[in-house]
Design a binder for this molecule. Structure first.
Ligand SMILES: NC(=O)c1ccc[n+]([C@@H]2O[C@H](COP(=O)([O-])OP(=O)(O)OC[C@H]3O[C@@H](n4cnc5c(N)ncnc54)[C@H](O)[C@@H]3O)[C@@H](O)[C@H]2O)c1
Length: 440
């Protein structure tokens, strides 16, 4: 099939590349000329395991191309996927300007039949807006060309995006147009050879499904964080509690890890956007408001523990920080807890020396030459002479450090483990003071 991917970010690039991988002819469009130049020169602008090799393979095979040329992109695909950003607006609603711009571009230029697919995470009612936008452009041109709009929300996880896309738990399609449904069913058939996971529903339900999924996952995280903070006060061990409840199949183990709060480009903005929609329809979501409040507070829990131990004036202190990305296996630092933690430490006068396996370039871009942050070449180098170690992201390489060496490097043997990576007894036996989340 001829496919155009509008927006070549985390979702567009992964989706476009995976569609090419199974034999489709894919053209990826972006308005960001820098991104397209990197791709045209054989690079990949984001870090995602397995992606670079797959991009190279499909570019070499002539099935995957990149462009900034809107005319070419509209002409190319009978399927036009919209995978542009939907960042939060100031009032928490999803900013729809990029989606509407993409729809306008299609309506202004299309010559033949198109199936337009919203892959971006968009509020309920967006497919109708996209439909109306394209129809208005066609009317302005005085032409009648058939087209359909479908919703196909994306559930991939950054850090495992290629694997998730190639082996989806489910593919949700919201559409009423039979041609659109049949086209998307055929497109996704190679991804579900094992068993059928193609769910067709009405457009509004599909749009709501994506928000419901992220809201549920965010709720589980905030639930565990709130209980972990209680466990701290009760001298109970949240890790034992996690195992005790996760073993119940009605609950399950996924997304029950307490930590320093959720971040990234999706949960925070999607939780906000769903609340905004709910408010608009006179049905405020009290549960989700609490989920967000708990999460905002959780980003400060580790710093609060550190202040309790070292005092609120941290001037002259150096804090080693492991992990900048909002989660492992990605370079994404959007809404990352590390950013709140670094700023909070700096506000109290501390200097932070950070290390991350992948996200250091992103940190340089975000923090520039901020005097309170420096980046170390290795996890141990970050600890040289530091007054404490703060662990923020659960990268594999942080899981089993050489505690003897760590103790030699740190000026004081203090570990603040924001991801409960270590067994408290073991770390204490190695001569450290250990502070976890909901552990004693
Ligand atoms: N990142 C994720 O893990 C993830 C997962 C599921 C769903 N989503 C959703 O997918 C959407 C995209 O997210 P992302 O993380 O890929 O964002 P991103 O910021 O990485 O990429 C979006 C891209 O769209 C481009 N763009 C904007 N307007 C354009 C236009 N008119 N024409 C062509 N390109 C345009 C931008 O330059 C950018 O490169 C969002 O709605 C997001 O909520 C993201």
């Amino acid at each position: 099939m001829k496919i155009t991917m509008i927006g070549t970010g985390y979702v567009g690039l992964v989706t476009g590349t995976c569609f090419a991988e199974v034999g489709n002819d894919v053209l990826c469009l972006d308005v960001d000329a820098r991104k397209i130049a990197i791709l045209d020169e054989g690079g990949v602008p984001i870090h995602e395991p397995g992606l670079e090799a797959m991009v190279k393979r499909n570019v070499a095979a002539g099935r995957l191309r990149f462009t900034t040329d809107v005319d070419a992109s509209v002409a190319h695909g009978a399927l036009q996927f919209i995978a542009v950003g939907t960042p939060p607006d100031e009032d928490g609603s999803a900013d729809m300007q990029y989606v509407i711009e993409a729809a306008r571009n299609i309506g202004k230029r299309m010559q033949g039949v198109k199936v337009v697919v919203d892959k971006s995470t968009v509020p309920v009612g967006t497919a109708e807006r996209v439909q109306a936008t394209i129809a208005a452009e066609l009317a302005a041109r005085g032409v009648t060309i058939p087209f359909a709009v479908a919703s196909n929300p994306e559930f991939l996880k950054e850090g495992a995006a290629v694997e998730d896309f190639m082996k989806p738990d489910r593919v949700v399609v919201g559409a009423s147009d039979e041609h659109a449904i049949a086209t998307l069913r055929a497109l996704y058939a190679p991804f579900m050879r094992n068993h059928e996971r193609f769910l067709v529903m009405d457009v509004r339900s599909a749009e709501l499904t994506k928000y419901a999924a992220n809201a549920m996952l965010a709720t589980r995280i905030s639930f565990m964080n709130e209980l972990a903070n209680l466990a701290d006060r009760l001298s109970a061990d949240i890790e034992m509690v996690r195992q005790g409840i996760g073993s119940d199949p009605r609950i399950g183990y996924h997304f029950l890890y307490p930590g320093v709060g959720y971040g990234g480009s999706c949960f925070p903005k999607d939780v906000k956007a769903l609340q905004y929609t709910a408010d608009q329809f006179g049905h405020p979501l009290t549960l989700l408001a609490a989920v967000e409040r708990v999460n905002d507070a959780q980003k400060h829990v580790l710093v609060d523990k550190l202040i309790e131990r070292l005092g609120s004036d941290l001037s002259g202190r150096t804090i080693a920080l492991w992990g900048l990305a909002f989660k492992p296996n990605t370079d994404d630092m959007r809404e990352a807890p590390s950013r709140v933690i670094i700023e909070a430490l700096a506000a109290r006068g501390a200097r932070v020396v950070a290390y991350d396996p992948i996200a250091m370039d992103e940190a340089r871009r975000i923090f520039g030459s901020a005097p309170y942050l420096s980046l170390a070449k290795s996890p141990l180098a970050a600890c040289d002479g530091a007054d404490a170690l703060v662990v923020v992201t659960e990268w594999k390489e942080f899981r089993s450090p050489d505690f003897d060496e760590l103790k030699r490097r740190l000026a004081a043997p203090l570990v603040f483990d924001g991801r409960n990576l270590y067994a408290p007894a073991e770390v204490r036996a190695a001569g450290f003071e250990y502070f976890g989340i909901g552990r004693h």
